[in-house]
Design a binder for this molecule. Sequence first.
Ligand code: 16G
Length: 244
Amino acid sequence: MITRDSAVPLYIQIKEYIRQNIVSGVYSENTRIPSERQLSDQFEVSRLTVTKAITELVQEGLLHTRVGKGTFVTPGKINQELRTLTSFTEEMLRRGQSAASRVLYASVDPAEEEIARALSLVPGAKVMVLKRLRLSDEQAIALEITHIIDALCPNILVNHDFSCESLYRVLRDEYGLHMTHAQQTIEARRATATELELLKIDSHTPILSMTRITFNEQDAPFEYTRSAYRGDRYKFNAVLHSVG
Ligand code: 16G
C-alpha cells in the first residue's frame, strides 16, 4: 500500500502498486485496470498523481490506453532465445500458442541481385519466394518474405499450403535439408505503411527488422528471409559469456 510519510513520491508508489498487480496477475492481460478516478479515490490522491503513474507505465509498455475505453494491460512479449535455430511455428508451439500464416505471395521468381549475392547464386537464378503474415493465436505478429533456392525444393509451392504448414518442417522432412546454422541481424526501425496496416499497429510501435541467411551442412546458404516483427510483442534474450 502507499505511505504518505515515505521519501518515495506518491506517484511512484502508485505506479509500483499497479506494476505489482500486473506481475501477479491481479490485473490480467488485455483487461481494463480501474479508472483514474477510482484509483485517485482509493488512494486519496489527486487525479494528476494517478495520471503521472499511468503515463509512465504506458511509456514502459505495460499499459496502453484505448480512446474512450480506458487503460488496459498490455500482453507480455514473446521472449525468444537467441541461441537456437528455430522456426516461427516451433517457437509458438513451444509456448503453447497456435501458429498460422496468411500467404500474401507465393511464386518462383528470378533472384534479385541482393538475394542472389546472399545465396551465392548468379543473378536471375530461380528462387522460391514466399511472403507471409505470421499469426499467433489469431494475432498478426510478423510479416516475412522468404527466398529459398528453388533447385533445392522443386515444386514445394505446388504440393504445400503454407497458410497452415511449417516451411522448415517441409524442407527438413521432404527435401532432406539439414539446416545447421544461420546468420541473423536484428535492428529497430519504424513501420512502413504496409506493415502498419497488416500488423494492425500504430505508428508508435517499433519494428524489429531481421534478416536471416540459413546454411546447410556444406556451409552453403539456402534461405534468405527478411522479417518485420512487432516490437511490442517480441523480444530476444541471449546468454553472454565473459571473454576474460
Ligand atoms: C522464422 C525465421 C524465418 C523462417 C521461418 C520458418 C526468424 C527471424 N525467421 O520466422 O527465417 O523462414 O521461421 O517458419 O526467426 P515456419 O517453419 O514456421 O514456416
